[in-house]
Write a protein that binds this ligand. Structure first.
Ligand code: ATP
Ligand code: MG
Length: 553
């Protein structure tokens, strides 16, 4: 079958609705609750909603589903907007808030009460649970169920006026306590919560539930396709019931798709918050976090995240997606677009004994092997250099294609050298290598025909700069850290961060602007840290290694 980007069962539904004339234009929304930062799962929901609108010349709203003031905050509202923008999407018009419709919801609650379709219930939380029944047992009617319309109107007004304590009463829809769908057993529409709200202050002490708010928000905004994840499938009858019973201005329809669960990851805001609160990571934007801000700081690109969301498809089943697919998308993007540079993570000094100490040669190297548009970089070549300690051995077999005493190696973008002798410290560790240059080997093979075995990176000791490099690995060492009985906190990878304080980088890298991405040749992809990097104190984060080494350890 031909692969059409962005095509999925939702696109088929939209196409049918457009061609049958049910809708003239597709209108979707992304409705985060501002109670945490966005994560990779939200990125998927964003790409589905904004993607459908974009592909069909429709619109997508950004709406905060802010009906639960206890856990929400302005900080999250701002961070979520920044994340959506960074992913490259722009919402239709102003940002919207469920809270700006609170008066309308209340007026509609009065409509339901007046119809005899809602009542004020006095059952406490424990009693209500008992009356609700179970999956196998029908529920029982609340003793409050047969209240008169006028009594209900009076009680509702007094709930709103703040006469009752939190939890003392709720407003419930009057549907069917024996419904096999528990969501239809007289669901709660309003709760009393005397918590000030980040948008409406102390105007309200009653707050609508998700079910009473969501569909009505969609109707007010003229949403045509209200797309959510599968756990809301059982709520759909209630969604439809409310739309049918209320004088709403439009008739949205709800569709569900399977949540994205990448392997080696947790995607629950509650669990992510726990990682932050318990200091397992440094914050919501720690580069190991699957949050949008964490992935950004790690060096992931919006294009790669969008590509991944598209690649994995949108289906009606929940399943685990291999995190390697995301890593593949990142590597592919960075291989294509990231400039190259040389970095030595564990510096070992090499002195070129035949090279004058006051000499500097300004060598040039392409910024990218196939992208001439990215220009060139300047590589100062000097008598004293650093190479990686792992790239030198006194003795080695033929498989070791790096520098060996008495043998040759090519310095990337520079000369072939040959190692002559080593200096050792008191403990017998090699601390300096003396070598000489093979003449006329800049871009040429040695005239004597003795070719070097390999190519290694190097940085001038006098012209390079010291850098801090943070080597990140996956945060969890278990494929499904929170599946079933797994306590996700027990599966934290103890080696998810190694900070290298004494790395050495070529001068062009110190000039990187924050968030600039590179391939450090032979090492992997790195990004200049968004907050901590500056040319005097360069700081780089490893985004991802050059190839997938995880599976071959
Ligand atoms: P969490 O479980 O992490 O707290 P949530 O579903 O409560 O997430 P919301 O802010 O309510 O978070 O979600 C906004 C939208 O993002 C919803 O439409 C929700 O279905 C969608 N969404 C959340 N997590 C995922 C996921 N893992 N995959 C796909 N969509 C998701
Ligand atoms: Mg939620």
């Amino acid at each position: 079958m031909e692969y059409i980007p962005g095509s999925n069962f939702l696109q088929s539904i939209v196409s049918d609705d457009l061609s049958s004339g049910r809708i003239k234009e597709v209108v979707t929304r992304f409705p985060p609750e501002p109670n945490g930062h966005l994560h990779i799962g939200h990125a998927k929901a964003i790409s589905v909603n904004f993607g459908l609108a974009e592909a069909n010349e429709g619109r997508c709203n950004l709406r905060f589903d802010d009906t639960n003031p206890e856990k929400e905050s302005q900080e999250y509202i701002e961070a979520i907007q920044a994340d959506v923008r960074w992913l490259g999407y722009s919402w239709n018009g102003e940002v919207r808030y469920a809270s700006s419709y609170f008066q309308q919801f209340y007026d509609w609650a009065i409509v339901l009460v007046t119809q005899g379709n809602a009542y004020v219930c006095d059952l406490g939380a424990d009693e209500a649970r008992e009356y609700r029944g179970t999956l196998t047992e029908s529920g029982r009617n609340s003793p409050s169920r047969e209240r008169s319309v006028s009594e209900n109107l009076d009680l509702l007004a007094r709930m709103k006026a703040g006469e009752f304590d939190d939890g003392a009463k709720v407003l419930r829809a009057k549907i069917d306590m024996s419904s096999p769908n528990i969501n239809m057993r007289d669901p709660i529409l309003y709760r009393i919560r005397s918590t000030p709200h980040h948008q409406t202050g102390t105007d309200w002490v009653i707050y609508p539930t998700y079910d009473f708010a969501h569909g009505q928000e969609d109707a007010i905004e003229g949403i045509t396709h209200s797309i959510c994840t599968l756990e809301f499938e059982d709520h759909r009858p209630l969604y439809n019931w409310l739309i049918e019973h209320l004088p709403v201005p439009s008739e949205p329809k709800q569709y569900e798709f399977g949540r994205l669960n990448p392997s080696f990851t947790v995607t629950s805001k509650r669990k992510l918050k726990q990682l932050v609160d318990e200091g397992v990571v440094m914050g919501w934007d720690d580069p190991r976090m699957p949050t949008v801000s964490g992935m950004r700081r790690r060096g992931y690109t919006p294009a790669a995240i969008r590509k991944f969301c598209d690649m994995i498809g949108t289906t009606r089943s929940d399943g685990v997606v291999d995190i390697a697919m995301l890593e593949f998308a990142i590597r592919e993007d960075l291989n294509e677009n990231a400039m190259r540079g040389m970095c030595v993570l564990r510096p070992l000094k090499v002195v070129l004994t035949d090279y004058p100490s006051d000499n500097i040669e300004n060598l040039h190297a392409p910024a990218h092997p196939s992208r001439d548009d990215l220009g060139e970089r300047l590589l100062p070549f000097t008598r004293e250099l650093y190479i990686d300690a792992d790239d030198f051995r006194e003795e080695a077999n033929k498989k070791f294609k790096r520098l060996v005493l008495g043998k040759r190696v090519r310095l990337r973008n520079a000369y072939v050298i040959e190692a002559d002798e080593v200096l050792k410290d008191a403990r017998g560790n090699v601390c300096e290598v003396h070598a000489h240059i093979i003449a006329d080997t800049l871009g040429e093979n040695p005239a004597d025909g003795i070719k070097p075995k390999g190519v290694i990176q190097w940085v001038s000791a006098s012209h390079g700069k010291n850098a801090q490099v943070r080597l990140y690995e996956r945060l969890f060492s278990h494929e499904s850290p929170d599946k079933g009985d797994n306590a996700f906190m027990d599966h934290i990878n103890p080696e998810s961060l190694e900070v290298v304080m004494e790395a050495w980088i070529e001068p062009s890298l110190a000039e990187a602007s924050p968030e600039q991405r590179y391939q450090f040749e032979r090492e992997g992809y790195f990004v200049a840290d968004r907050y901590d990097h500056c040319s005097d104190k360069p700081v780089f984060n490893r985004t991802i290694g050059l190839r997938d080494t995880w599976n071959n350890r």
